[in-house]
Design a protein around this ligand. Structure first.
Ligand SMILES: [Ca+2]
Length: 490
């Protein structure tokens, strides 16, 4: 029995299960169409309002959908490049966590009539029911040679920072050797602190080919990347919080999925490793046994809403060519239980998640669907996967080498957490009032050092987030004063 999507009007689409064949398979899922759009490519909601959805159209418009009615929220068509045969366009948006008060959101797009082509990560500011472009958040990223592998995902990480995924620059085999080059911003996962004095795109992890879609598990914070392969394998990369794979090399162009032999020697792999293998990959040929195959992975989300029944706790993903919705249980070092969800969507090009954890499916042909599980279409009253853990209390200490420093000199500040077990690599941030001025990762003895320049009397605090084992913690206020030279009287 095959699955059909009937997208006539706004009719509920019934999804059939492959009866009998999948005894351990999913419960019935339904796809409710929320509207039809012009080449939609992404969907999300405002962080504070799951009933206000935003659909991104590749040509450059962002359409707000509320109570079934649509309005143009932003129109970037005058700056967005969409060419025939290009993978460019307006590829995703992400709302700042404080969107409700700041009105800020971010957009990832390829710029119009630029030679060489540039990737823009831009900021928009909303006012009333619409938003306008306020400019590039970070310097544009040059993508000069080919019109594919742009990446395109923006997501807010568990600490509130902005992450972006860039492709390798295009062509075959990463001929420009970008993904393995730590100095290139292509073929990377990038991290941006939008509130920094001068926001920059920092390389977070590398060795990616085209991480067109990635997401963070809304419950655990884990990062999951759907990295589109070349001719052989499609892969899912996984990095648990709080480390989130900082510094990881996901292997391209020395590896394609788990394959080592498919790319070299033509690829000219220059990376030395060590490489972080995917937790799952699948082939391009159909194995004929119901297991995954396709041509380009469309990374999705770890479903957490209890309304999704036994899909909760699983990573939902799909493939551009088969359109089949599938899911697996993510874990390091290997995923398990990959299965079909018994549904497919033609021209599948993205998933999305709203702020209460409901999941959406985007067809580039126009329709965008809300995925509905056996618990119904309303916002869930609980999230599942595992019960909330009982956290151990955590202490964050702070001290300075000297409590007074000369004006314009640096203070030497140390922060340390206790207990220490298992916390190496966790980020500790330093704050001046409401402004975060830096973040460092705990060393082996659970200490971080900051060296801020001091211009006037200040008071710092350090913060560490909960890691699922320990509570979050904030340090006491650490005052630093200016050391005035004593005048010598003659
Ligand atoms: Ca890889």
């Amino acid at each position: 029995m095959s699955t059909l999507i009937r997208a006539a009007g706004k009719i509920v689409v019934v999804v059939t299960l492959l009866a009998g064949l999948w005894s351990a398979s999913a419960q019935a899922l339904t796809l409710n169409q929320i509207g039809s759009f012009e080449e939609p490519i992404y969907v999300t909601s405002a962080p504070n309002n799951p009933d206000r959805l935003f659909v991104v159209e590749r040509q450059g418009r962002i359409i707000a959908v509320e109570n079934g009615s649509q309005s143009v929220f932003a129109d970037l068509r005058s700056v967005v490049e969409v060419e025939e045969g290009s993978e460019g366009g307006l590829l995703s948006i992400a709302f700042a966590p404080d969107f409700q008060t700041s009105g800020r959101l971010y957009a990832y797009y390829t710029g119009k009539e630029e030679t060489p082509a540039e990737i823009h990560i831009a900021e928009l500011v909303a006012s009333g029911g619409t938003a306008t472009l306020s400019g590039d958040l970070v310097p544009t990223i040059s993508h000069p040679t080919y019109k594919n592998h742009y990446g395109g995902q923006l997501q807010i990480g568990p600490e509130g920072d902005l992450f972006a995924g860039t492709g390798d620059g295009g062509g075959e085999n990463d001929v420009e050797e970008n993904a393995q080059d730590p100095g290139s911003l292509l073929g990377k996962l990038l991290r941006i602190e939008p509130d920094a004095a001068i926001p920059t795109a920092q390389v977070w992890s590398y060795g990616l080919r085209n991480p067109f879609r990635f997401s963070f598990d809304r419950q655990t914070g884990a990062l999951l990347i759907g990295d589109v392969g070349q001719g052989a394998r499609e892969e899912v990369d996984y990095a648990p919080a709080p480390g989130l794979g900082n510094g990881a090399n996901y292997g391209w162009n020395c590896r394609e999925g788990f394959l080592v032999e498919s790319v070299p020697p033509e690829s000219g792999c220059t990376g030395a490793g060590p490489f972080t293998d995917p937790i799952f990959d699948y082939p391009h040929e159909d194995p004929g046994d119901g297991s995954a195959f396709g041509c380009a992975i469309i990374g999705g989300y770890v479903v957490r809403a209890a309304t999704y029944g036994d899909l909760s706790g699983r990573y939902l993903y799909g493939d551009l060519c088969t359109g089949e919705l599938r899911s697996l249980v993510p874990a390091a070092p290997s995923a398990s239980g990959d299965r079909s969800e018994g549904a497919s969507v033609s021209a599948l090009n993205s998933f999305g998640e709203d702020s209460c954890g409901r999941v959406y499916v985007v067809s580039g042909n126009g329709p965008v669907f809300r995925l509905v599980g056996p618990g119904g279409a309303d916002c869930p009253t609980s999230q599942t996967g595992s019960p909330p853990p009982v956290l151990k209390s955590s202490f964050l200490g702070i001290r300075a080498l000297r409590s007074k420093v000369k004006r314009h000199k640096r203070a030497f500040i140390t922060a340390f957490v206790s207990p220490c077990a298992g916390r190496r690599g966790e980020p500790v941030s330093l704050w001046l009032g409401r402004q975060k001025i830096g973040s460092r990762r705990l060393d082996r003895v659970c200490t971080v050092r900051f060296r801020p320049r001091i211009r006037h009397r200040v008071a710092f605090r350090a913060k560490v987030l909960s890691d699922g084992t320990y509570t979050e913690a904030t340090s006491r206020r650490l005052k630093i004063r200016i050391l005035h030279r004593k005048r010598k009287h003659q």
